[in-house]
Design a binder for this molecule. Structure first.
Ligand code: ADP
Ligand code: MG
Length: 727
């Protein structure tokens, strides 16, 4: 969104006189009247380079002066703006640690409240606050140990001239070093006035008229003006970012993403695919050999896949996402689909995130498919060089029909003879960009292989619409019969003896148990030591049992050996770090103990819990909490007691952690939204998605005059390749 174009100098060679030059969206901020190089640099530090960036520096809240808040009236979780007087600034150490807490105490006529900071926002920040000075505090009210407080609120000087007295709803910008709210309000107001004078300098409306009319959206320019300068009659909805103007700007952020996804989807559909025939002989043989009947949801999903593979003329590559809760039997669906491709004479790749999982799938596939005369190969990083060369040769010749492996499968050296189907299992972090890489493994240029993606974690619908927005979706919404829900309990230190006795009783009945310890990167060494020490402790506590230890630092063959012994029932207890998080399937194991459960995300806990409850035995999950756990963490873990529904859990997880962390920031490929929030604005996201897809169905090449701006914007933002299909 930035531009480096420099406006022409005026006759005196100066840049400062914005008015005479005529401001444009792409004018660099330092050329705005009153900004200059110094403030310009400050803006750049915050990613604001141009007039457009400045206009997209949206208020994060509004102060509604009709609803002035008193400290006594605050409730947990509210986002509020408060005027108060500084009482004191204190600092002390957090518990016995060396971490410092800064505590700014403020009061009004109704009471006092603590504003806590766990780091210093910037040098000299706290020196600004002298007892008695007036401030405005903006932030979310937090409930901690029985009282309300603020954590890292915005605290601003409440100078009397900050606000015009006749303003009723006042925008509040995220405060940043060296740029005050007052400056921002003035500057943005000036920019809006200048742009209003000069119609040509504004970016023309990019969205087609029919779209704006049908959604009753204001123009972008009007919306920008209003969110920065709220109208006098602004309602409380306005202050809650729910005005038509906010709607318009939020819509825009989603719309451009969805338009890109829609163009990608159309592009995929236009690629040459592989035509397969509905050959079901081996599929039927496999079904007949299973000790159980497929669930209705497994059947339906397989049919949807089979339809993608066989029913399109001309053929186009499948890009389908299968979402199914843990234990819903996704592997079986993958194998059935693989059989269909193999029977058509094509090779299949099954890719998983970990070696343990690769080994497990390899075993399952061999057990079930070799009797049907199908050759299965294993491709992981730890296979010896000599064996690897041989395996690669078998793959290149077409002798291996199903290749199971990790990322090793997409190494350059690995070539297929005729790859027809790629299944990516348990990789919810496999975004749009990674998939593009795998596609190159198809036969060069002739066709694109079919893609099937199976997710470990049910993804909230809203998120699926962004990350996986270019895929078709099947949902396995049924668990195999006879599974009773996993009984889950949150436990404290005082419950430990009882927990141990419970595990002992289960082992005596012939069952097996997992003990899982967190392993987070920043304290990896300490954590690992903990897992190892606990392993020794548990050995003493369970003299009657054999215990195995599994962690990420072990060599792959050691890991596999431990896993095998646990699967074969030689070990009754497996002590592990989160390496067992995804996919591991040992139906006889029915107890999952998770230590320090407060340190895991909800979706991760759900995954871990999903390692039990996979067989006919009643299963149990115990979530142990460490000492001094925050209220928030406790609440989060409690969600696990309330529900076993992966979709509910993932929605809650997304709410609590936000989309970036939920998916892992780097891998997600998710754009940072400036105003939009996919949880709060889910409805607008759906609307933007519907519109984007409707545009492509009306005008697949975006050739209508009113759609040209869309086409140009896509080209500008994503380059020519993104528009391959539009031509
Ligand atoms: P996930 O969806 O978590 O990948 P899996 O494919 O690992 O689930 O299946 C979980 C367990 O359920 C496996 O032991 C598998 O053999 C078994 N299973 C799969 N489908 C069925 C079914 N229809 N009925 C009973 N058990 C099934
Ligand atoms: Mg699985």
């Amino acid at each position: 969104m930035t531009s480096t174009s420099v406006p022409k100098t005026n006759s005196k060679g100066g840049f400062r006189s914005g008015a005479s030059l005529g401001l444009r969206y792409d004018t660099p901020v330092q050329f705005i009247k009153g900004v200059g190089p110094k403030l310009g640099d400050r803006f750049k530090d915050h990613g604001v380079f141009t007039v457009q960036d400045l206009l997209e520096w949206y208020p994060r809240a509004y102060e509604d002066r009709r609803a002035a808040r008193s400290i006594a009236s605050l409730k947990p979780d509210e986002l509020v703006s408060l005027r108060a007087e500084v009482v004191a600034v204190k600092s002390y150490n957090l518990g016995r640690s060396r971490r410092k807490v800064y505590d700014l105490v403020v009061r009004d006529e109704t009471g006092k409240i603590h504003c806590k900071f766990f780091r210093v926002p910037y040098k000299g920040y706290f020196e600004r606050f002298q007892p008695g000075s007036r401030v405005r505090v903006i932030g979310k009210v937090t409930f901690y140990r029985g009282q309300i407080e603020f954590h890292h609120p915005d605290v601003q000087d409440d100078a009397p001239d900050t606000v015009h007295d006749d303003d009723i709803v006042v925008p509040i910008y995220p405060e940043t070093e060296g740029v005050t709210n007052r400056q921002l309000r003035k500057l943005i107001g000036y920019v809006l006035d200048e742009l209003a004078k000069n119609l040509d300098a504004r970016k023309p409306e990019q969205l087609p008229r029919w779209l704006l009319d049908s959604l009753k959206l204001p123009s972008r320019f009007e919306a920008l003006g209003k969110v920065h300068r709220p109208p006098k009659d602004a309602t409380t909805d306005f202050a809650a970012l729910k005005s038509p103007y906010h709607h318009r700007l939020i819509f825009d952020e989603f719309f451009w993403l969805e338009l890109w996804l829609a163009s990608r989807k159309q592009g995929v559909a236009a690629e040459p695919g592989l035509a397969m025939d509905l050959k079901l002989e081996s599929v039927e043989k496999l079904r007949a050999s299973l000790p159980f009947a497929l669930t209705g949801a497994q059947m339906r999903t397989f049919q949807e896949i089979a339809n993608d593979l066989t029913n399109h003329r001309p053929p186009r590559p499948m890009h389908r996402l299968v979402q199914g809760d843990v234990g819903s039997g996704k592997t079986m669906v993958a194998l059935l689909s693989g059989l269909l491709a193999i029977e058509n004479g094509y090779q299949v790749a099954l890719m998983v995130p970990t070696e343990i999982l690769a080994e497990q799938h390899y075993k399952t596939a061999r057990r079930l498919l070799e009797p049907l005369g199908i050759t299965v190969g294993l491709f992981t990083g730890s296979i010896k060089a000599s064996e690897r060369a041989q395996a690669q040769q078998l793959l290149a010749s077409g002798a291996v029909q199903l290749a199971v492996g990790t990322h090793a499968l997409i190494e350059d050296a690995v070539g297929f003879k005729n790859l027809g189907l790629v299944v990516i299992d348990e990789q919810h972090r496999f975004g749009v960009h990674q998939r593009a890489k795998l596609k190159a493994k198809g036969k060069d240029g002739e066709y694109a292989p079919h893609f099937l993606i199976m997710t470990a974690t049910p993804i909230p619908r809203t998120l699926a619409m962004t990350v996986y927005g270019d895929l078709d979706v099947s949902i396995i919404d049924e668990l195999p019969k006879g599974r009773s829900p996993i009984q889950t309990r949150v436990g404290y230190e005082s419950h430990r003896p009882k927990m141990i006795e419970f595990v002992r009783a289960q082992i005596a009945k012939g069952r097996q148990a997992y003990f899982v310890y967190p392993l987070v990167e920043e304290s990896e060494k300490i954590d690992l030591k903990n897992a190892m020490t606990e392993f020794e402790n548990l050995k003493e506590k369970f003299p009657e049992a054999k215990l195995g230890l599994l962690h990420g630092r072990m060599k792959p063959d050691e890991k596999e050996d431990v896993m095998r012994r646990f699967r074969d029932g030689e070990y009754q207890i497996l002590v592990a770090t989160t390496v067992i998080e995804v996919g591991v399937d040992v139906p006889n194991a029915n107890v999952m103990v998770i230590e320090h459960s407060e340190r895991f995300g909800l979706s991760q806990l759900h995954q871990l819990r999903g390692r039990v409850g996979r067989g006919e035995h009643k299963s149990y999950c115990m979530l142990m909490l460490g000492h001094a756990v925050s209220e928030e963490a406790r609440e989060r873990v409690n969600v696990m007691e309330e529900t076993t529904d992966g979709f509910v859990i993932s929605e809650r997880d997304l709410e609590i952690r936000g989309p970036g962390e939920f998916l892992g920031t780097r891998q997600s490929g998710l754009p940072g939204f400036k105003l939009a929030n996919i949880v709060r604005d889910a409805r607008i996201l759906q609307e933007a998605r519907d519109m984007a897809f409707e545009i492509f169905s009306r005008d697949p090449r975006l050739s209508a005059i009113e759609h040209r701006p869309l086409r140009e914007e896509l080209l500008r933002a994503h380059g020519a390749t993104s528009l391959a299909s539009i031509g």
